[in-house]
Design a protein around this ligand. Structure first.
Ligand SMILES: NC(=O)c1ccc[n+]([C@@H]2O[C@H](COP(=O)([O-])OP(=O)(O)OC[C@H]3O[C@@H](n4cnc5c(N)ncnc54)[C@H](O)[C@@H]3O)[C@@H](O)[C@H]2O)c1
Length: 323
């Protein structure tokens, strides 16, 4: 096998040893399976070394049946999933085997996301500031799918305003969605998750909660509340031994409609608007956040609890230019 095989996108394997062994095997099925298992499966390696294609095919079938995704069988609620990061989270969780309850205030876009995902998703309208709404969505989720394993508290809003020019109405509105919404979601999800045998709560905060952002006082305070509440919940759940973990995510700029609204004042954002804004600054894609959400939702992060996960390309350790 030459370099073209070992370097090809289709078969690429990060393990150099696996590439060398695969390169010495003629049969395409063997090579593919060996790279796929990345030498972490001794049965697979033995089959490969014995050149036993039939046994390898059986191993692949078993693996297919066992490993249907990193969150296979989990039931997840994602808030604010009609747009931006929430939409991306919902898609990735479903692709990795979860059943996803796509929730948002925006019914048409939320339903469209659930339709795109297909049979692994349903849409339920949820205004995160409304406690009765939370009760109803969690009850409907458990009734329909039998459990609640993952809650992604992603819904949020932002408005410009320093500490001296933010009015009380704006302060209350931002904190109602970003802070009260997370409080209500956690409060009502925890008993349902405990009944399900445990779970993972993922709260969307921001770098604003770490280093402050002078131009968004209410937003910064709301995300600070999320950061602190997350640690409170992690401690509570640990004491209760209910198997629930709670972590916060702190992105810097992410290419979503929200940044267009902040930067331009527009109510809606096209993909062209997002691409234009995305040319500036330290900004990642919604999928970069979704990958972290997936990890925190999965058992791979089972010992991560009460953590604040920065996803900011070092922006919080880089002094702002000119300051
Ligand atoms: N985009 C960024 O640069 C950035 C950076 C750090 C943190 N965040 C946070 O990430 C989260 C997602 O932001 P995004 O950039 O994807 O924004 P977005 O505007 O694309 O999506 C936010 C979604 O939340 C929904 N929403 C708003 N109020 C709601 C309510 N009361 N109930 C239910 N849903 C509601 C909106 O309808 C929308 O679908 C937010 O919490 C935001 O504060 C964003």
């Amino acid at each position: 096998m030459g370099d073209s095989f070992s370097d090809s996108q289709e078969y690429y394997c990060g393990d150099p040893l696996a590439r060398v062994v695969a390169g010495s095997i003629d049969q395409p099925l063997m090579r593919f399976a060996l790279l796929w298992f990345e030498l972490d499966h001794s049965f697979c390696l033995t089959c490969a070394l014995l050149q036993d294609t039939a046994a390898m095919a059986v191993a692949i079938t078993i693996r297919e049946l066992q490993g249907m995704g990193r969150v296979a069988g989990k039931v997840a609620i994602v808030t604010g999933a009609a747009s931006g990061m929430g939409k991306s989270d919902a898609h990735l969780l479903a692709r990795e085997g979860a059943v996803v309850v796509v929730t948002d205030l925006n019914e048409s876009d939320g339903q469209a996301v659930a339709d795109e995902i297909g049979e692994n998703a349903v849409f339920m309208r949820l205004d995160v500031t409304d406690e009765d709404n939370w009760r109803a969505v969690i009850a409907a989720t458990v009734e329909k799918f039998g459990a609640l394993d993952v809650l992604v508290n992603n819904a949020g809003m932002i408005a410009l305003g320093t500490i001296v020019d933010t009015d009380l109405e704006s302060w209350r509105m931002i904190n109602a969605v970003n802070s009260d919404g997370v409080f209500l979601g956690c409060k009502h999800a925890i008993p349902a998750m405990a009944e399900s045998g445990g779970g993972s709560i993922i709260n969307m905060s921001s770098v604003a909660a770490i280093h402050g952002q002078s131009f968004v006082a209410a937003y910064t305070a709301s995300k600070g509340a999320v950061r602190a509440l997350t640690k409170n919940i992690a401690m509570f759940c640990k004491e209760q031994k209910n198997g629930i973990r709670c972590n916060s995510i702190h992105p810097d700029g992410v290419k979503t409609p929200m940044v267009v609204k902040v930067a331009t004042g527009k109510d809606t954002a096209t993909q062209a608007d997002i691409d234009e804004i995305g040319k500036f600054g330290n900004m990642c894609e919604p999928e970069d956040i979704a990958n972290l959400v997936l990890f925190l939702a999965s058992e791979e992060s089972r010992f991560i609890n009460g953590a604040e996960m920065l996803i900011d390309n070092a922006s919080t350790i880089t002094p702002p230019v000119g300051v």
